[in-house]
Design a protein around this ligand. Structure first.
Ligand SMILES: Cc1cc2nc3c(=O)[nH]c(=O)nc-3n(C[C@H](O)[C@H](O)[C@H](O)COP(=O)(O)O)c2cc1C
Length: 191
């Protein structure tokens, strides 16, 4: 069956492991389009909470220090070898993106809806990178909830960090996913 191209793209998107992401990373034009796609996520109240912070080149080293410091603070017993791994993580791919949400606590739109908008935006961002031939993966870590890390990246204490997006050019043909059987995940409701 021939599918509309936009639907094929959605069905075929797959994450690419950071170790398989090489230079070049997405250029400014590609990132601009990906952010524009993110801003088309449903947005109750039009609050535009979605935020992206790009970390590339040498800035990745400084960011690695921030991640290692965060881990050492959160888990003081962490052995030096493990801290070294944490320090090197951002260097695995040409671009790391801190994806976040600028939240408005107390607004009539609940915070969870604002976070849902930003998360939906991140998904659009990943799909837009994939559509332009770039690979990416959405990762997380305890550092996402570390207020020191948030501040270092320019986020307010009330903001949420939603993930680290690693992006680059896939080193191999991008793996295409096995599609789960939809029937197991949906049903019709009858009263
Ligand atoms: C909020 C969020 C955080 C995630 N954090 C991690 C993570 O820390 N490590 C990991 O291996 N996968 C993580 N994932 C899952 C990957 O992004 C990815 O979905 C998974 O590797 C499966 O690949 P696929 O997207 O091609 O199905 C996370 C996904 C989301 C939505």
């Amino acid at each position: 069956m021939s599918l509309p191209p936009a639907l094929s793209a959605l069905l075929d998107r797959a994450s690419v492991s950071p170790s398989l992401l090489q230079a070049p990373g997405p250029d400014q034009g590609a990132l601009h389009l990906a952010v524009a796609a993110a801003l088309r996520a449903p947005d109750h109240g039009g609050l535009k909470p979605t935020r992206f912070v790009f970390i590339d080149g040498e800035a990745r080293r400084a960011f690695g220090e921030i991640l290692a410091d965060s881990l050492a603070r959160r888990e003081p017993a962490t052995p030096p070898e493990r801290l070294e791994i944490e320090r090197g993580k951002p260097l695995r791919a040409p671009l790391v993106v801190a994806a976040g949400a600028a939240l408005r606590p107390g607004h009539r739109i609940p915070v969870w809806e604002q976070e849902a908008t930003a998360a939906a935006g991140v998904m659009n961002f990943l799909n837009a990178l994939d559509a332009q031939g770039f690979g990416s993966i959405w990762l997380s870590s305890g550092a996402l909830r570390d207020t020191t890390v948030k501040a270092a990246l320019g986020f307010a204490e009330t903001d949420a960090l939603l993930g680290w997006i690693y992006a680059g050019t896939p080193a191999v043909n991008r793996p295409r996913p096995v599609r789960p059987e939809p029937d197991a995940f949906c049903r019709s409701w009858t009263p």
